[in-house]
Design a protein around this ligand. Structure first.
Ligand code: IMP
Length: 396
């Protein structure tokens, strides 16, 4: 039976999961995504070269790692084709994952406009509308699209979207890119750059092999459709439990759950943020931490670490090992704060190298004590080598 570890974000996404997945990737045979689509944006620096992935897991750049996109995902062909050109290997995809059509992007924009002040602040990548159509059982599985692309135009969904388009006031964008990327995917299937898996074939494979797989979450726990700050959430389950249905592996194969969190909090889009910072500190942290969305370029809201939220996220996900990122960003401040129970706790800051810094150790120990979990790794910069181990990690 395949062995699965899971890596999830414990905040509102953008915790730096991409760098960590790339770092841990050397221990695995497979890297897989189980939810979301191109609302995600991972920046990975591999051998001095920068990659930005939206559908692909971050460790796709590692030569020995096989890549699987599970049926819990949605995929937008033009973006997928563009990012996949940078990767010279077979990409394994579930034929059951759902396609985002160009009209899903337009509907996302129309819905946000209609919400007015109550807008969610989505990435406008068509995620919500695509998952809604899937739940309405009128979505388009990838296999269906690739087998007979033009037949999609005769589906109920296509016609239903034409109704929506009447609300679109400007000229709808050309569909050429979409169809061209579908043709490229069909060609890649023939050439072996893509391989489609049926749910049955995938589960048979999992039962047969002893391979190791890291399931890489996108977004973060507080954006989960059930457990996040609804309605200011994404349309998927971002927590570790989502791996079973989003990937097609049984619960008994999961071992480690790596929970990644930033030393402070950020959020893009609307919704509650109890520890949000005011100006000018918010802007300073944003600049120091380069807190701008990898997908949309939007400035992220910034705030102090919320340990209540982190405690909740650890419980929901069953986190077994914690990984802290961007600890160096807070080193620029004289004092840092952490919100726990109903008060802020102040800590003197540390030097940017962190290692053996007693102030930084005090900060980590406070977090570990409340969360009852070890912080196994600390990342202190974007470069691959800017990470160190605080305690023994358990990846077998
Ligand atoms: P959607 O996923 O595009 O529908 O957006 C819903 C909410 O999730 C918005 O607040 C987005 O900003 C947020 N969101 C979606 N994807 C990401 C991500 O990868 N990082 C951070 N926030 C995200």
């Amino acid at each position: 039976m395949i062995q699965v570890d899971v890596l999830v974000g414990l905040q509102w996404g953008d915790e730096g999961k991409g760098k960590i997945a790339h770092f841990l990737g050397v221990h695995y045979d497979w890297m897989a995504r189980f939810q979301g689509g191109c609302n995600a944006g991972h920046t990975v620096i591999h051998q001095g070269k920068k990659f930005i992935f939206h559908h692909l897991p971050a460790a796709a750049v590692l030569p020995q790692v096989k890549v699987f996109l599970g049926p819990g995902m949605v995929l937008y062909p033009p973006v997928f084709v563009q990012e996949s050109q940078a990767i010279d290997k077979t990409i394994h995809l579930s034929g059951a994952l759902q396609v985002i059509l160009p009209t899903h992007l337009l509907i996302d924009v129309l819905l946000e406009q209609a919400r007015g002040k109550g807008a969610i602040g989505t990435t406008k990548k068509g995620i919500g509308p695509a998952y809604a159509d899937k739940a309405l059982r009128q979505g388009i599985p990838l296999k269906t699209l690739l087998e007979n692309p033009k037949a999609i135009q005769n589906t109920f969904l296509w016609k239903y979207h034409q109704q929506w388009l009447r609300l679109w006031e400007s000229e709808p964008p050309s569909l050429d890119d979409f169809w061209q990327s579908v043709e490229t995917m069909r060609q890649w299937l023939k050439e072996g750059k893509l391989k489609l898996w049926s749910p049955q074939a995938w589960i048979e494979y999992c039962y047969r092999t002893q391979e190791r797989l890291l399931a890489e979450g996108a977004q973060g726990t507080l954006l989960d459709l059930h457990f996040g700050t609804y309605p200011y959430v994404t349309s998927t389950h971002t927590v570790s439990g989502s791996v079973y249905t989003g990937l097609g592996v049984p619960p008994n194969v999961i071992k480690e759950v790596f929970g990644v969190f930033k030393a402070y909090m950020t959020r893009v889009g609307q919704g509650p943020f109890p520890t949000e910072l005011q100006e000018p500190l918010a802007s300073r942290l944003r600049e120091w931490g380069k807190e701008y969305g990898a997908t949309t370029g939007r400035p992220r809201r910034c705030g102090w670490l919320d340990l209540n939220a982190l405690q909740y996220a650890c419980k929901i996900n069953g986190v077994t090992q914690l990984i802290m990122t961007k600890a160096d960003v807070l080193a620029k401040l004289p004092q840092v704060q952490v919100f726990y129970q109903d008060q802020f706790h102040s800590f003197p800051s540390w030097n940017a190298q962190l290692i053996d810094d007693t102030h930084f150790e005090t900060f980590c120990e406070f977090i570990e004590k409340q969360l009852q979990q070890p912080i196994v790794y600390v990342s202190y910069g974007p470069e691959t080598q800017q990470i160190y181990q605080r305690t023994t990690i358990n990846v077998s």
